[in-house]
Design a protein around this ligand. Sequence first.
Ligand SMILES: Nc1nc2c(ncn2[C@@H]2O[C@H](COP(=O)(O)OP(=O)(O)OP(=O)(O)O)[C@@H](O)[C@H]2O)c(=O)[nH]1
Ligand SMILES: [Mg+2]
Length: 222
Amino acid sequence: MAFYTEEEQTEDYLFKIVLVGDSAVGKSNLLARFARDEFYPNSKSTIGVEFQTQKMDIDGKEVKAQIWDTAGQERFRAVTSAYYRGAVGALLVYDIGRRQTFDSIGRWLNELHTHSDMNVVTILVGNKSDLKDAREVSTAEGKALAEAQGLFFIETSALDSSNVASAFQTVVREIYNILSRKVIQSQELKKQEPRSGKTVVLQEEGNQEEDNQAKKGGCCSS
Ligand SMILES: Nc1nc2c(ncn2[C@@H]2O[C@H](COP(=O)(O)OP(=O)(O)OP(=O)(O)O)[C@@H](O)[C@H]2O)c(=O)[nH]1
Ligand SMILES: [Mg+2]
């Protein structure tokens, strides 16, 4: 999705979103709940990479989210750079009942930023919110980390479905909004240059340097 020309504006949007986080935090079940409304109480570790495409409606526009899922465990993971390549959104997942998975978030964030654009829209997801008695990470701690890192934040339960759709929708809506702003900016540029040839109204990569400068430390602040 490098360019959209004027004629192509009516085409669907396809956004690659990656699920990231330690093993057994519930990445595969969040995807299963969101895409198929299913839950597996005894799911096995993911081996390699799987993805699922889900249609979503954003402001009456059809958007497709291609959601990628891989193993949290190093030995089951596929080639890391390929997993992140082209991603425009990420869910960084931990288990609210296992502090160790929350402590790993910094490492996952580093990996995400090493292999993808700094501007990837990211939400920190505290999963298994149904495990009330086993909670080891408070909501306030999750929020604070998200704020410090410039991420969105939500707590979910793949088991009882709470906030699962919202987590994905938050990311996809923000990507869509950023894209729409770029289209408007390009159209304004086009008005100023009426004699230019074929008009490119969206370039996903944009001006990387400028974008990184503007948004460092936060994917979605503008
Ligand atoms: N109580 C509760 N259990 C959950 C929830 N989400 C997932 N689980 C359970 O946690 C275990 C691990 O879930 P998975 O979805 O396989 O975890 P994963 O992050 O994909 O793990 P890897 O593929 O190894 O990286 C399974 O037994 C799930 O049933 C949840 O929201 N609440
Ligand atoms: Mg999995």
